[in-house]
Structures are given as C-alpha cells and as structure tokens.
Ligand binder design. Structure first.
Ligand SMILES: Cc1cc2nc3c(=O)[nH]c(=O)nc-3n(C[C@H](O)[C@H](O)[C@H](O)COP(=O)(O)OP(=O)(O)OC[C@H]3O[C@@H](n4cnc5c(N)ncnc54)[C@H](O)[C@@H]3O)c2cc1C
Length: 334
C-alpha cells in the first residue's frame, strides 16, 4: 500500500471541510491490513458522509476500498450476500433492487460505504441495517487479526453499535453479510411519506423498485445534496426520553411531536426542537442549519471543522436551556 503524506481530505468528506491527513493510504484487500506495521493512531475512512474533520488529522487515515458483491448461500426464500466494506451503499441497494432481492429498498440513497453501515446501524423509513444483518468481518488493529461478528456481538441500537463504543476506532470492517428476500416480497410502506408518494403515483401494490423509487424521490426533495452544499445528513440523533418527562414538556409546549417507543419512552424529533429555537435556515459565518431541515448542519463554503463544531455546541446549549433535553451528535467528530 502506498502511503501519502499531508493528503487533502477535502474531496473525501461530504461536509467539504478542507482537512489534511498526516498520512493516507487506500485499502483494496484484507492483505493491505495484514501488512501494516504497528501504528497506534489509525482511522478508517469510508465515504466521509458521517464525519466532521479537524483541519489536520494526525496519524494514518486508511480509506476502505475493499470491493465485491457475492451471493454466498441461498435457500427457497432468501439469499445471503457478502459485500466488500468499500462498496458504495446506494450502489449495493441498486444491485439488490435490480436482482429483485428485497429488504434494503427503504435504505436507498443513503450515502457512504457498506463497511460503515453497521457503525451506526443506518436506518431510514422504518428499516434499519440490523433488520437484514447476518454478520461481518473486521480487522482488529490491536490484535493484528480478523474476527467474525454476529448480530449480537455488534450490539446494535438506534444509530448505535459496539463500534461507536468499546470498539470505537479499533477496527476496520472488511466484509458485511446481509440476508435479502426473494420474491414475493413483503414491502414496508409504514412511513406516511412513502405511502403518500405511492398513492400519488397510482401504485397500490408496490414492488421493491417502486418503494426504492419513492424513497429516492422523497429524499431528493428533502435533503441537501452534498455535491451542492456540504453536509453530513442529520447532525444530531433524535433524543429518547421517558414518557413522564415528555408529558411535563407537553404542559409548556402542547404541540411537541413524539413517537412512542417500548418501555415508557418516547422519541422527540431533534429537528423540531432545533427549529423551535429559531435555528432553521439561520447562517452563522460559513455554517448554519439547512433551510428545509434544521437537523442538518451545512457548510456554505470555507467552513472549518471547528466552526461547525462550535455552532453545533451552540445548538446543543440552546436546546438544553429551552427544553431541558440534551442532544447527542450523530456525526462522528474526529
Ligand atoms: C445527505 C445525507 C443523508 C444521510 N442520511 C442518512 C440516513 O437516512 N440514515 C442514516 O443512518 N445515515 C444517514 N446519513 C449518514 C451516513 O450516510 C451514514 O452514517 C453512512 O453509513 C456513513 O458511511 P461512510 O462510509 O460515509 O462513513 P464515514 O463518514 O467515512 O465514517 C463514519 C465513521 O465510521 C468509521 N468507519 C467508516 N468505515 C469504517 C469501516 N469499514 N470500519 C470501521 N470503521 C469505519 C469512521 O472511522 C467514522 O468514525 C446521511 C448522510 C448524508 C450526507
């Protein structure tokens, strides 16, 4: 593997932060990891779509470009697919839809790589990665070897896994195994926006392609395209709070929206909380909140990672003061 010094990461992160890596290399196969010398400061980069970078990243940045999509087992109703961690997630979803394998169509158009998908258990429109996940292989930097992880090992939660906790920064996910369904499919159109779009299109019995097309159309109408304006999607997670705490909030804010969760908990849309603090569409220097969705922080051009981070801190503090709710960043801050 060739290692480059002082490498510009500007085109490697969807926020468009003009960061530089002290050293940078590309992994094209597991072998590249096995041949690494000891290094205690390694970071793995996928598509850079869930990252906030500092001006300068110390140590070695490894971009995952391990490719390959292969059916490794099948039965009457499903296929087990092995996917290289460096494959583009959306291109993999398109492969599945084209081959008429169901299960990932609701996750169309999520940026990034397959190898990063387990890190925060990506999810959208009523489906999460864990719903179709069978396992993964990861190289453990401390142990100089690869290990297989079961779904239980990964400890998936809402935008969460063991790879954001105990194993944060300690692994490179090389291969992911997903179980996809053969036709006839059971599509998930429980999200209002999907059923509405399908209805508008006069589709009453949607195929997985219809669902994927609807999701793509909804996402394109709502979310900013990083090619036009730098962003990392949702910057914060939707907070989950006890029902009793939410009932108290309703006394002061009767219009507060929520989604019920098990165990007397509710999820409150972080976008609504931020919007209520007056941040939607507001610009602070080179950064700010996107005009159509307050949850998305943007780089209007030339923003530094510190500028975006400081603004996110301001949002966190304001929401805490107004609602007593502590937001948590979804984006990985390096
Ligand atoms: C416009 C937009 C919309 C989005 N919508 C959604 C959405 O609907 N749902 C959702 O869940 N997310 C969404 N995201 C966030 C993002 O797409 C996902 O989190 C995605 O999985 C990130 O993949 P990546 O390859 O870009 O990861 P990166 O940003 O490169 O990395 C993210 C983190 O994972 C680590 N990492 C990356 N690859 C590996 C690997 N192979 N092994 C170990 N660690 C690794 C990195 O070190 C980093 O800490 C959106 C982002 C954008 C910009």
């Amino acid at each position: 593997m060739t290692i480059l010094s002082n490498y510009s990461l500007e085109d490697c992160n969807t926020f468009g932060i003009a960061a530089k890596a002290e050293r940078f290399g590309i992994i094209q196969a597991e072998q590249d990891l096995f041949s690494l010398d000891f290094e205690d400061n390694i970071r793995v980069l996928g598509g850079g779509s869930n990252l906030l970078l500092p001006d300068s990243v110390e140590g070695l940045v490894l971009k995952n470009e391990i490719k390959g999509i292969e059916i490794v087992a099948e039965d009457d109703t499903s296929v087990l697919v092995e996917i290289g961690g460096g494959e583009n997630w959306h291109e993999f979803v398109m492969w599945a839809v084209e081959h008429n394998y169901g299960g990932v169509e609701n996750l169309s158009l999520i940026p990034g790589t397959v190898g990063a998908a387990p890190i925060q258990n990506i999810g959208a429109y009523g489906v999460e990665l864990k719903d179709i996940f069978e396992g993964l292989n990861a190289y453990l930097f401390d142990e100089f070897g690869e290990e297989a992880f079961t779904p239980e090992d990964c400890r998936f939660g809402y935008r969460d896994s063991i790879f954001k906790r105990e194993l944060k920064g300690k692994v490179c996910i090389t291969r992911v195994y997903l179980r996809l369904q053969k036709a006839p499919h059971k599509v998930n159109v429980s999200y209002g926006a999907i059923s509405k779009t399908l209805e508008e299109r006069g589709i009453s019995e949607p195929s997985i392609k219809d669902v994927s097309d609807a999701v793509i159309a909804i996402r394109q109408s709502k979310l900013p395209d990083p090619k036009e304006i730098g962003n990392s999607g949702s910057f914060f997670k939707n907070p989950e709070i006890p029902q009793a705490e939410f009932d108290a909030l309703l006394q002061k804010f009767p219009n507060a929206p929520s989604y019920p969760l098990p165990n007397e908990m509710v999820k409150v849309p972080a976008g609504w909380l931020i919007d209520q603090c007056g941040f939607k569409g507001v610009r602070y220097g080179n950064t700010g909140c996107y005009k159509n969705q307050a949850l998305v922080l943007v780089n209007y051009g030339g923003a530094t990672g510190k500028e975006v981070y400081d603004f996110s801190e301001k949002v966190l503090q304001t929401v805490l003061e107004k609602f007593g709710i502590q937001l948590e960043r979804e984006v990985n801050v390096w």
